[in-house]
Design a binder for this molecule. Structure first.
Ligand SMILES: NC(=O)c1ccc[n+]([C@@H]2O[C@H](COP(=O)([O-])OP(=O)(O)OC[C@H]3O[C@@H](n4cnc5c(N)ncnc54)[C@H](OP(=O)(O)O)[C@@H]3O)[C@@H](O)[C@H]2O)c1
Length: 259
């Protein structure tokens, strides 16, 4: 039995690896930067005595899930917990963006996540056990101008995960959408600093909170009362035009837009 974590070379994925190794999980870590994965794997083996395998893969390519999944099957390993964490965001206007970059964003955040969850769901349903955690975001609860594609991918993850929760619950498989607010990671190196709207929290508190939420029975978990109030309350009752205006102003790049 092993826990598979995508995007484990930094940020939230690396912290999941640390907290799960500390409780004795054997791990399979996937990302592109193999040297970072190997460094983390060596530290976790030394400190916690767990087994750690690393797989280098670019998960933003179409069909990217099949290779690591086949690799895992060939090693005879069973995935007990899947943490679909790899993802990135882009800020800026769609009209000014590179279509192939947005395509990769959709493939990684939605396509590969879905394929891996589907492989895992089939095995877990058959075994009547297992856990799937998908990383959504508070950005998935409403459209976000200037981060349109990122927010849309996270709306997909949230919707997909909550439906999967209902499908697999009768078979004893636990599914959870984790919805972080801004969290201190390398995410903003790629998405841009303006994407951090509101209080920025630590990866340690995010992952500890997500693992606590896993012990409950809800299909999704939003970190922090402030974020819960906005996502579960405000955006549902405030008119859409106002949500779009406020959300768009919050993430708008300072140098962007007409004079
Ligand atoms: N930080 C936040 O404020 C925040 C808020 C809400 C949701 N989230 C979500 O949390 C998840 C983790 O993000 P993070 O904050 O921890 O950011 P991060 O530090 O930038 O980590 C992203 C991880 O994804 C991996 N990744 C990116 N592109 C990849 C690709 N093409 N193939 C394979 N792996 C890839 C990266 O590894 P390599 O570069 O080595 O491939 C890295 O390990 C994402 O899904 C993100 O959308 C983050």
């Amino acid at each position: 039995m092993a826990t598979l974590i995508t995007g484990a070379s930094s940020g939230i994925g690396a912290e999941f690896a640390c907290q799960l190794a500390a409780r004795g999980d054997d791990l399979i870590l996937v990302a592109r930067r193999s040297e970072k994965l190997d460094e983390l794997a060596a530290a976790l083996r030394e400190h916690h005595g767990v087994g750690v395998i690393t797989i280098q893969a670019d998960l933003a390519r179409e069909g990217a899930a099949s290779e690591p999944w086949a690799d895992i099957a060939a090693r005879g390993l069973t995935i007990d917990t899947l943490i679909n964490n790899a993802g990135f965001g882009t800020s800026g206007d769609v009209a000014d963006d590179d279509p192939s970059r947005l395509e990769r964003e959709v493939q990684l955040n939605c396509g590969t996540l879905t394929a891996l969850a589907t492989h895992a769901a089939a095995d877990m349903k058959r075994r009547g056990a297992g856990t799937i955690i998908n990383l959504a975001s508070i950005g998935g609860f409403q459209p976000v101008p200037h981060m349109a594609v990122y927010a849309a991918t996270k709306a997909y993850v949230l919707s997909f995960t909550e439906a999967l929760w209902a499908e697999l619950r009768p078979y004893g498989v636990r599914v959870l959408a984790v919805c972080p607010g801004p969290t201190r990671t390398e995410f903003f190196d790629t998405a841009g600093e303006n994407a951090a709207v509101g209080r920025v929290r630590s990866v340690e508190s995010l992952v500890a909170g997500a693992l606590r939420a896993l012990r409950g029975s809800e299909p999704s978990w939003v970190q922090g009362l402030d974020n819960k109030l906005v996502t579960r309350g405000v955006v549902r009752v405030v008119p859409k035009r106002l949500v779009l205006a406020v959300g768009g102003r919050a993430v708008r790049p300072v140098t962007d837009g007409p004079d």
